[in-house]
Design a protein. Structure first.
Length: 107
């Protein structure tokens, strides 16, 4: 007697892709919020906070990537602030280790 096995590979890959995108979006959004609330620079305008953003995850070949940081036009000075008093990297260091668990929760 032969047992038949149903192939669910495409379904599994689609589910993992969805989980990865959702977890990356959650992680980069958390990192952006963390950076907004933890930087040493303060201004009356709140410009740096407003220009610290996350972008939706996107596929690049067989990889899914996401990003966060300051915008290139109005938030460009955030890069100089990062050199003097880092606020993006420490936020990433606090949030990125949570990515794998977030993927597991969403799979």
């Amino acid at each position: 007697m032969r047992a038949l096995m149903k192939w669910n590979g495409d379904e599994i890959i689609a589910n993992l892709d969805r989980a990865a995108r959702e977890a990356i979006d959650e992680t980069t959004a958390a990192a952006a919020e963390d950076a907004k609330s933890s930087h040493a620079y303060s201004s009356r305008s709140g410009r740096l906070e407003g220009e610290t953003i996350s972008e939706p995850a996107k596929a690049q070949g067989d990889r899914v990537t996401g990003s966060f940081g300051t915008t290139q036009v109005r938030g460009f000075y955030g890069l100089f602030e990062e050199l003097k008093r880092p606020f993006l990297r420490p936020a990433a260091d606090r949030q990125f280790p949570k990515l794998a668990e977030r993927i597991r929760e969403k799979s």
